[in-house]
Design a protein around this ligand. Structure first.
Ligand code: GDP
Length: 473
C-alpha cells in the first residue's frame, strides 16, 4: 500500500532537494504536485486542503527559504505534518482489568482475524486473553474464530449451536469469562455488508452488556473513501475508542487510511499487514510515514527478525561468519529463518531505499521462488558437500542440479553467491561495517541478492533482541 503515493512524493522531493535555493514559485509547484498525489491516493479532500495549507505556510517561512538545504526542510515539514495528521489523540489502549474489547466493523473488514491477532499480540506480552464469538448469523464466523483461537492456544467462547439471541449469548460469555481468571476478553461481533438499523441495535445491545473499555473499529484500509463514512456511523452508534486499519499490505491506494483518523478524530491503535496471525502491529505514525516517504521501516524489519530468529541462532551465525566456517548447513538454517519472516517482497518494502526495487523484484528473479530453488539445491547436497563446499566440482554440481530439479547454471550461480557472501561477511570488520551501515541508510542493500540479504538478517536478530517484541517506538 502507499506505493504509488510514495513514488509520486519521492519525485517531488527529489526535484525540491536538487535546488539550492527555493522560490515561492518552486514551492507552489511542489505543493500542487503533492496535492494531486494525495488526492489521487484517495486522501479526503478536506484533509488534503488543511495539510497543504499548513505545509505551504511553513515552507514559505523565512527559516526555510534562507536555510542551506530548503528542499530537505520541506520534506521534514511534510513528514512532521503527516505524522501529526496520523497521531490523533495518541491515547494508550486501556487494559484495566477486567478489560473488555469490542471489535466491530463491516463484513470482510477483518474483524475476526483482528480479534485473534489481538489475542495473540497480548498473549505474547504475558496477558491471558480470551476470545468470544458473538456472530450468531454466520456459524462459519464462529468456527473461524475458534480455529484461530486453537492455533494460538487461547480459550474461545462459542455460543451454543442454534442460539439466536445475541444478548443471551453475551451473558453466557460473560459468565464463562469470569470463571477463566483472565485479564482481557475480546468480543468479535457480527458485521453486515453495509450499516443498517438492526446491526446498530445489536451492537448497542452488546455494548451495553459488556461495557467495553475499548470499542475498536476494524477498517479495511483498501476500501477508499467509504471507510471514512462507515467509521463515522459506527462511532455515532457505539462510540468508537480506536481504529484498527487492516490490509495495509495490499496494493490499494491507501489514502482513506490516512484520512480516517483525522475525520473521525479517533486514534489508530493497530495496523494489520497480512493474513497471518502475527501480522498486526501497534500503530506508530512515524514508522508509517517513513515508509510512505520511502525511508523504510527498519524497526519493523528488526522486530520481525527478532521474532523469527533466536538470540542463540543469531550468535552462532555471527560467530561462524566471523571465523570463516559458515557452510551450507548454516546457509540452510538461514533460509528457513528467512522463510519464517514472511514473503520477501514484504521484507524488502521495509528496507530504506528498497521500495523501488521491490517492484522490479520478480523481473530480477528476487522472489520467494528463488529462495525455494536455493533450498532445493542445498537439500540435494550430501552432508559432506554442505560442510565442505570446496569439493563441489562440476560432476557433483551436475548431480545436484538434477536432484534439485534446477539447472547447472542455477547451481553455479548459488555457489558463486555463497562464496561472495562469505567473502563479504568474512572479516569481523566488514560485518561490523555492515551493521553500522544499517542504521544509516544501508547503501549496499540494493545490490544484494536474497542469500546475502537473509544472512544479514540473521545478524540483525542478534542486534534486535534487546527490544521487546510489540513495544511501541
Ligand atoms: P470479518 O468479516 O470482518 O470478520 O473479516 P475476516 O477476519 O474474516 O477477514 C476477511 C478477509 O480478510 C480474510 O480473508 C482475512 O484473511 C483477510 N484479512 C484480514 N486482515 C488482513 C490484513 O491485514 N491483510 C490482508 N492481506 N488480509 C487480511
Amino acid at each position: 500500500m502507499f506505493n504509488q503515493l510514495g513514488d509520486q512524493l519521492e519525485g517531488v522531493f527529489k526535484t525540491l532537494r536538487g535546488q539550492g535555493k527555493l522560490s515561492e514559485k518552486n514551492i507552489a509547484d511542489a505543493m500542487q504536485q503533492i496535492r494531486v498525489a494525495l488526492l489521487e491516493a484517495d486522501v479526503a479532500y478536506s484533509v488534503v486542503k488543511t495539510l497543504i495549507a499548513s505545509i505551504k505556510e511553513q515552507a514559505l517561512g523565512e527559516k526555510v527559504l534562507k536555510s542551506i538545504k530548503p528542499g530537505e526542510q520541506i520534506v521534514k515539514i511534510f513528514s512532521d505534518e503527516l505524522i501529526e495528521l496520523l497521531t490523533h489523540d495518541s491515547k494508550e489502549i486501556s487494559l484495566a482489568p477486567p478489560a473488555h474489547f469490542l471489535i466491530c466493523g463491516l463484513n470482510g473488514a477483518g474483524k475476526t482475524t483482528t480479534a485473534a491477532k489481538l489475542a495473540n499480540f497480548y498473549k505474547k506480552q504475558g496477558k491471558k486473553p480470551l476470545l468470544v464469538a458473538c456472530d450468531l448469523y454466520r456459524p462459519a464466523a464462529i468456527e473461524q474464530l475458534a480455529t484461530l483461537a486453537r492455533q494460538i492456544d487461547v480459550p474461545c467462547f462459542c455460543p451454543p449451536a442454534g442460539m439466536t439471541d445475541v444478548a443471551q449469548a453475551v451473558k453466557l460469555a460473560l459468565d464463562w469469562s469470569k470463571q477463566q481468571s483472565s485479564s482481557l476478553v475480546i468480543f468479535d461481533t457480527a458485521g453486515r455488508q453495509e450499516i443498517d438499523g438492526s446491526l446498530i441495535m445489536e451492537l448497542q445491545n452488546i455494548h451495553g452488556l459488556i461495557q467495553p473499555q475499548e470499542t475498536l473499529l476494524v477498517v479495511d484500509g483498501a476500501t477508499g473513501q467509504q471507510a471514512v463514512s462507515v467509521a463515522e456511523s459506527f462511532d455515532k452508534a457505539v462510540k468508537v475508542t480506536g481504529l484498527v486499519l487492516t490490509k495495509l499490505d495490499g496494493d490499494a491506494r491507501g489514502g482513506a487510511a490516512l484520512s480516517v483518523t483525522q475525520v473521525t478524530q479517533k486514534p489508530i491503535q493497530f495496523i494489520g499487514e497480512g493474513e497471518k496471525i502475527g501480522d498486526l502491529q501497534a500503530f506508530d505514525a512515524k514508522r508509517l510515514v517513513d515508509r510512505i516517504l520511502g525511508m523504510g521501516d527498519m524497526v519493523s524489519l528488526v522486530e520481525k527478525a527478532a521474532e523469527a530468529i533466536t538470540e542463540e541462532q543469531a550468535e552462532k551465525t555471527a560467530k561462524r561468519l566471523e571465523s570463516g566456517q559458515f557452510d551450507f548447513n548454516d546457509f540452510l538454517e538461514q533460509l528457513k529463518m528467512m522463510q519464517n519472516m514472511g514473503p520477501l517482497e514484504g521484507l524488502m518494502g521495509m528496507i530504506p531505499g528498497m521500495s523501488k526495487m521491490k517492484a522490479q523484484m520478480p523481473a530480477a528473479g528476487m522472489d520467494d521462488k528463488k529462495i525455494k530453488h536455493m533450498e532445493a539445491i542445498v537439500l540435494s547436497m550430501t552432508k559432506q558437500e554442505r560442510s565442505q563446499p570446496e569439493i563441489l566440482k562440476p560432476s557433483r554440481r551436475e548431480r545436484i542440479a538434477k536432484g534439485s530439479g534446477t539447472t547447472l547454471m542455477q547451481v553455479n550461480q548459488l555457489l558463486k553467491q555463497f562464496n561472495q557472501m562469505k567473502q563479504m561477511f568474512g572479516s569481523q570488520t566488514k560485518m561490523k561495517q555492515m551493521m553500522g551501515a544499517m542504521g544509516g541508510g544501508m547503501p549496499d542493500m540494493a545490490n544484494m541478492d536474497p542469500a546475502q540479504l537473509q544472512t544479514l538478517m540473521g545478524g540483525m536478530g542478534k542486534k534486535s533482541k534487546k527490544r521487546a517484541p510489540g513495544r511501541r517506538f
